[in-house]
Design a protein around this ligand. Structure first.
Ligand code: ATP
Length: 892
């Protein structure tokens, strides 16, 4: 390879001795290089096992023939001991050989020492070097003079050939390097590469070592420098002192002030130690995810630990991608970031699904394509040696939904198609791995998930207690290191108190505890907060748990509140307490049953008979990990399809926990049953399928349906799908009396009024809640006296049905209008316009017809004519006896 036509190669110095020694040999070196200009060096690597084959006097010259890489360096050898030290500390021309059985060592400019040490391979390099010295000193070493080398000859070893991108038999051109003009470097950035497996590098100490070793040396960007045993570095950035902002200067001199930054190389680390991976992950800032991590390594990356040649020979294809699914905040994205860190690959590209969506035609597809561009380019240049590129699609369900279904169908379908094309398109390219994360696996287009695409599906669920402890350790380790953690902090206890909490919840908890600790100090401090006094203690963490609970599982809280605040004791009502016992027993049986994982129970009874109260009892008596109460109100503006989807989602969520309770309140309203007997089939069919679900996983799901219209559910075939049905009878007069007595309401008149109004359990709860203010719990348990006067007053108010209230309202309005007209009538000079009177008249007649209709309703419902309606008869107002002269108004 002749490169005469290329511009002169900038030459920089490499390795010891320091730059200062140049001057001593300036002349000699110059002469040598003058004679070497355009010298064609020939390398005989086969014969010399990659060892040097020639030297210019006492200089060792490294050449790089590729002008783009501009790497030429020199070094001087003085005497044997120096060589030995040198070999011990650095990887020079002597350590990289084709065969590791022997090594050639250069002594001065004449001698080649051949050391045979096949056995020594087994012991570490230090001992090898020690043995070499020993052998040399005891003259037991076989030393030969290499006649093939002579002064003025340039030689390269295997490593230098690699850096120079050249080999045996090729020609290179060299040029004299003038180092004296090079300015000092303010900063040098290098990437350090390991050459041998198992080489341990101390990245903290490396910058200092590098500076000491290469002080006064000239470095150029792109230069590869052999440095340490089993490692070399590549210069990636130089900032020179004179022009501080310039980062792409070709060369500069290292001084004792130069800041050296070490970067780790990106590639694919094949040395992951799986044995104690949990500890490694904790130190990386992720906990409770060891088993998932192992699965990913074993299932998705196993083939990448093999050599590319082996894979090609045996036709082994790498897994192209996977989908991580699970509840939000369980660490799916974090896991992939840490995995990339551990594998030493390029920082993953994390794309949030919706970010890709652009309203302009074709732009979203273009965005998808550009995500793959860098990896493709890298592969083009480096082939199989290129680093692994991980692309993470966060919220994959937002862009890769089943095609033809979403409302913005065309745009989203376009993205899915583009994604499929890209995945299929990189079959020959091995440096891309795609990860999708989602909370809704069911929504993803199945074409994406087929083998050969994102074929590996892994669930990342909520952590168990041990996992939560690990996560808590991760998030408190910094507090601990900086002595901000009080000694009373017991993370085991916190882990046990936080079932179903995700990693994100636990991270939030530690943040909350810290801010609580800061607030505590602030409250007790005048002036500036003394940071050294901040301590997070167990109480801070527990307070955080309470606060979080109040918002996290609102259904449980709602039911608990209901239970603890206003829940009258039903033990005195046998029909209710027995029903409660029965359902409770069923729930308990489910826990102990090995073969059944799913049970459903329908609580049926007239409106207000206490079905929800029973549900609250069940929640309280059984420690469900997850409770979801589905109420028709929560889906009021949902379409039929959305309702069905929501139900599926709720049932799937329940499966993620070891024990779940789903309460379906007002099932008939949930399925959208209307008075006229119509209902959307999709919802009821979905519900039927879900209630027939065969749960085989290690989880228990108990569904409690609540209905006051059992007939309807029978008619539409839902009641039969429930495993069992429990009828809740309405309260009998005697039962109500017992409850009232239990509540310490003894006034005969009050009791009579309540019984005559047939007050339901639900309304009784409401009443107590209204009159007892803050003391609902004590009042409902009979511990606190209830004001009977208030009770009676509210009783009259509360027991009006909606029809009664509407009727009363209409009457009140009609009376008000009548009064208004009468006023007009008497005040003949009133300003009221005749037209207004007409309008008012028509309003009155409307209201009258409303009253009539309501009265009819009451009659047909066998409720009798409400007394108010009978008593009140609104007379149509009479026309003004003497209409104003200017207006002749004809009244109907
Ligand atoms: N296993 C974990 N160990 C330590 N921290 C965690 C863990 N899981 C979650 N976290 C914390 O929660 C934060 C959010 O996690 P992340 O975004 O990875 O969750 P996710 O599952 O991808 O959520 P989503 O599905 O909503 O995108 C993290 O930045 C981290 O602070």
């Amino acid at each position: 390879m002749v490169l005469h036509e290329e511009p002169p190669i900038p030459v920089s110095s490499l390795l010891e001795p320091a730059y200062g020694e140049w001057s001593q040999h300036e002349e000699l070196r110059s002469n040598e290089f003058q004679t070497l200009r355009n010298f064609h060096a020939v390398f005989d690597l086969e014969n010399s096992s990659g060892a040097p084959i020639g030297i210019p006097e006492n200089f060792w010259v490294f050449l790089r023939e590729n002008p783009k890489l501009n790497n030429v360096a020199y070094m001087k050898m003085k005497h044997i001991r120096e060589i030995m030290n040198y070999e011990q500390n650095t990887i020079g021309p002597f350590t990289r050989m084709k065969s590791r059985k022997s090594c050639h060592i250069l002594v001065n400019n004449k001698l080649i020492v051949e050391v045979q040490y096949p056995i020594l391979q087994l012991i570490n390099y230090f001992f090898k070097s020690f043995f070499c010295i020993l052998m040399l000193l005891t003259r037991s070493l076989y030393i030969t003079e290499d006649n093939t080398m002579y002064a003025g000859m340039i030689a390269l070893d295997a490593m230098q050939c690699k850096f120079a991108n050249t080999s045996d038999g090729y020609s290179v051109s060299v040029q004299l390097f003038e180092p004296t003009n090079e300015p000092n470097m303010a900063e040098l950035k290098v990437v350090v590469y390991k050459l041998d497996k198992g080489v341990e590098l101390n990245y903290d100490k490396l910058p200092l070592e590098l500076r000491n070793k290469f002080k006064n040396q000239i470095m150029s960007i792109g230069q590869n420098v052999s440095f340490h045993i089993g490692a070399y570095f590549k210069v990636t950035c130089i900032r020179r002192l004179e022009r501080a902002n310039e980062c792409d200067n070709l060369r500069g001199k290292i001084t004792k002030e130069t800041i050296i930054t070490i970067e780790r190389p990106k590639g694919f680390n094949k040395e992951i130690q799986m044995r104690n991976i949990e500890e490694t992950l904790i130190s990386l800032g992720i906990g409770g995810i060891g088993p998932t991590f192992r699965s990913i390594i074993q299932k998705a990356f196993a083939s990448r630990f093999l050599s590319p040649t082996f894979c090609k020979r045996h036709n082994i294809n790498h897994v192209k991608g996977m989908v991580l699914y699970g509840p939000p905040g369980t660490g799916k994205t974090l896991l992939m970031r840490k995995l990339a860190e551990l594998l030493d690959v390029v920082e993953p590209k994390v794309v949030n699904g919706p970010e890709l969506l652009v309203k302009w035609v074709g732009q979203s597809e273009q965005n998808v394509r550009s995500l793959f561009a860098e990896a493709r380019e890298d592969y083009k240049i480096k082939g199989d040696n290129s680093s692994l590129h991980i692309i993470i699609f966060d919220e994959l369900d937002s862009i890769a939904r089943t095609r033809g279904q979403s409302t913005q169908s065309e745009m989203r379908d376009g993205i899915v198609n583009q994604l499929l094309t890209m995945i299929d398109g990189f079959s020959g390219i091995n440096n891309i791995f795609i990860v999708g994360t989602t909370n809704r696996l069911d929504l993803i287009d199945s074409a994406l998930l087929r083998p050969g695409r994102l074929e590996l599906l892994l669930e990342v669920g909520t952590p168990d207690e041990a996992g939560r402890l690990e996560i808590l350790r991760v998030h408190t380790q910094n507090l601990d290191k900086t002595s901000l953690l009080e000694s009373d902090v017991n993370l085991e206890e916190i882990a046990s108190l936080t079932p179903n909490w995700t990693g994100a919840d636990l991270a939030g908890l530690t943040r909350f505890a810290l801010s609580n600790a800061i607030n505590r100090i602030m409250e007790n401090t005048i002036g500036q907060v003394e940071e050294k006094n901040i301590r997070v203690n167990q109480a801070d963490l527990k307070f955080g748990i309470e606060e979080r609970c109040a918002t996290k599982n609102s259904t449980v809280i709602k039911l608990k509140k209901y239970r603890s605040n206003v829940l009258v004791d039903i033990s005195c009502v046998p029909s209710l307490s027995e029903a409660c016992e029965r359902v409770d027993q069923v729930a308990k049986n489910l826990w102990h049953c090995k073969s059944h994982h799913f049970l459903s129970c329908l609580l049926a009874g007239p409106s207000g008979c206490g079905k929800t109260t029973l549900a609250a009892h069940i929640v309280q008596k059984n420690r469900f990990k997850h409770v979801n109460m589905v109420q028709p109100e929560s889906m009021i503006d949902f379409s039929e399809k959305e309702k069905s989807q929501k139900l599926v989602e709720i049932f799937e969520d329940a499966l993620k926990f070891s024990s779940s309770l789903i309460i379906l309140d007002d099932v008939e309203r949930l399925v959208g049953y209307t008075e006229v007997g119509q209902y959307p089939k999709a919802i009821s069919e979905t519900l039927k399928c879900l209630l027939r679900k065969h749960v085989t996983k290690d989880t228990k799901v108990f569904v409690l349906g609540i209905t006051s219209e059992r007939n309807i559910l029978e008619k539409i075939g839902i009641s039969d799908v429930f495993t069992l049905q429990v009828a809740i009878p309405p309260l009998k007069d005697d039962d109500l009396k017992k409850i009232l007595l239990h509540l310490n309401i003894r006034n005969e008149e009050v009791i009579k009024a309540a019984v005559s109004k047939k007050i339901s359990l639900k309304k009784l709860h409401l009443l107590i809640d209204l009159i007892s203010n803050e003391n609902a719990h004590d009042c409902s348990s009979g511990q606190k006296h209830i004001d009977e006067g208030d009770f009676l007053q509210y009783l009259n108010y509360i027991n009006k049905s909606a029809g009664e209230l509407a009727q009363g309202q209409a009457q009140a309005q009609a009376q008000a209008t009548e009064r208004e007209i009468l006023t007009c009538d008497t005040e003949r000079n009133s300003q009221l316009h005749d037209q207004q009177i007409l309008e008012l008249r028509s309003q009155i007649s409307n209201l009258q017809s409303q009253i009539q209709a309501l009265t009819e309703d009451f009659r047909s419902a066998n409720l009798g004519v409400p007394p108010a309606a009978v008593a009140t008869h609104v007379q149509p107002p009479m026309p003004p006896s003497q209409p104003s002269s200017s207006h002749n108004v004809e009244l109907p």
